[in-house]
Design a protein around this ligand. Structure first.
Ligand SMILES: Cc1cc2nc3c(=O)[nH]c(=O)nc-3n(C[C@H](O)[C@H](O)[C@H](O)COP(=O)(O)OP(=O)(O)OC[C@H]3O[C@@H](n4cnc5c(N)ncnc54)[C@H](O)[C@@H]3O)c2cc1C
Length: 421
């Protein structure tokens, strides 16, 4: 590589977080290179449920959750699964996860989530403006549907947390729910509407459209598998691919769950687990949905997308690189039929992805402590689509050295090692 085309900053990983980071870096006037082993946005960022919510401020781990986990684990249709041979490996992560759900911790986590999600819709609209694909984001409610009407309680702790941070909520009856979403089963007795949301009608295509925008902004996108990274003598970073070793002044690590393995040889231990999730997309469903729907009993989401009607969910702990578990796929189809009795389920496509999850539901964002010029942008668990634009803005300011208005200490990459910057 010649001095002339040398980037100011290299982003590893072209998932939605890497793409949004690269765009914000380019907006700061920096020359950006974005590297992925695959086409942009085709891993975890492709198959998610498409929810973009300023009001996703409820952590995954909440007080009392531990009481529900055993029941979920023994139910073959339950939202959580652990591969038995993986149990010893995930046990300490699981204990940390449950500990993060203590009463004294959840409000701080919620505030940190708020920092990343609050302007998510507006920031996406800015990214998409002028691309000709603004309609990839649509206004939506998030409909939480309950079979037992007494469970649809606006005073429960999770809805209170949302309301305290400004979420417009409304409780509706089963009859009103059927007016809003005629395709839903009549088993649902009530729903809570979270308003002021958006939904992506094709998360994968959003990534493609934004990657094209990055190219038009002068960004360079390379298809390469990164094998390792290390600090260079005299400053900056080296990264190794099959084509050789490259140098970059600043490096952003945005490889989702795969970021952990690149950091290990540097002595950085991130407790990040692959929380596998599945989707089934019905190509000719015969019905459609107007909003994002969460079946609150079985914890999965349904939404009409460009590719078909998509149901997405499951948190399966089995490690990286395991084949898809057909039982989880079959379970999702069964759940989809129960949610949507008129669904035509014969023509479907299935997908498995890896949520990059830390015990506190928060990502790692910022310069990695003890490793100058290496910036973390990974670990967005269930919220990477919605948190990506704000993460990108923060990364761009950090790389450029612009003072931040936000407190990013909750996202310190090495917070679980108790290392101070
Ligand atoms: C079922 C399901 C539903 C979800 N629903 C939602 C939702 O509704 N809303 C929401 O906000 N979030 C949702 N999520 C979470 C969201 O999808 C993720 O948090 C997000 O996609 C993570 O993005 P990322 O860019 O960090 O990682 P990824 O999209 O995984 O990108 C990482 C990139 O790194 C690349 N890479 C890996 N290793 C290498 C290497 N060695 N060399 C080069 N490149 C490499 C990969 O190819 C990949 O493109 C859901 C997730 C799942 C599984």
């Amino acid at each position: 590589m010649t001095e002339l085309n040398q980037p100011d900053v290299t982003v590893l990983g072209a998932g939605i977080v890497g793409i949004c980071s690269a765009i914000s870096l380019a907006e700061q006037g920096l020359k950006v290179r974005l590297i992925d082993r695959d086409a942009p946005g085709q891993a975890t960022s492709y198959g998610n449920a498409g929810i973009i919510s300023p009001w996703s401020v409820v952590p995954q781990s909440m007080p009392g959750l531990w009481k529900k986990v055993p029941g979920w684990l023994i139910d073959p249709l339950g939202p959580v699964a652990i591969k038995p041979t993986y149990l010893p490996k995930v046990a300490s992560w699981g204990l940390r996860f449950l500990a993060e759900g203590r009463q004294s911790r959840i409000q701080d986590i919620s505030d940190a989530m708020d920092t990343l999600n609050r302007n998510s819709i507006e920031l996406y609209r800015l990214h998409l403006a002028g691309t000709g694909h603004e309609d990839l984001l649509q206004d939506s409610y998030y409909v939480h549907a309950f079979r037992d009407k007494t469970a649809a309680d606006l005073e429960s702790v999770d809805y209170r947390m949302r309301r305290e941070r400004g979420a417009p909520l409304e409780r509706i009856s089963g009859a009103d729910l059927r007016d809003l979403e005629p395709a839903l089963s009549h088993d649902f007795e009530a729903a809570i509407l979270i308003k002021g949301q958006a939904r992506a009608v094709s998360p994968g295509r959003i990534a493609t459209v934004l990657a094209d925008k990055l190219r038009r902004m002068g960004g360079d996108i390379c298809t390469q598998t990164v094998q390792s990274i290390c600090p260079a003598e005299g400053g900056g970073w080296r990264y190794v691919t099959a084509s050789g070793t490259e140098w970059t002044p600043k490096l952003v690590l945005a490889m989702g769950v795969w970021s952990r393995e690149l950091l290990k040889p540097l002595g950085v231990k991130i407790p990040m687990e692959s929380e596998r999730g599945y989707h089934v997309s019905f190509r000719n469903p015969g019905i459609s949905l107007n909003h994002s729907i969460m079946d609150m009993d079985m914890k999965f989401v349904a939404s009409s997308m460009e590719e078909g009607l998509r149901v997405a969910g499951t948190a399966e702990f089995a490690g990286l690189d395991q084949p898809a578990n057909q039982k989880r796929v079959d379970g999702l189809v069964k759940l989809a039929r129960a949610l949507l009795p008129g669904l035509k389920a014969d023509d479907s496509h299935t997908w498995v992805g890896q949520r990059p999850s830390l015990p506190d539901s928060l990502p790692c964002i910022g310069e990695v402590e003890g490793l100058p010029d290496l910036f973390a942008a990974f670990g967005h668990s269930h919220y990477g689509l919605m948190m990506a634009p704000k993460t990108g803005r923060l990364i761009a300011d950090l790389v450029k050295g612009v003072p931040l208005n936000e407190d990013i200490t909750p996202f310190r990459p090495r917070r679980y090692e108790r290392i101070t910057a």
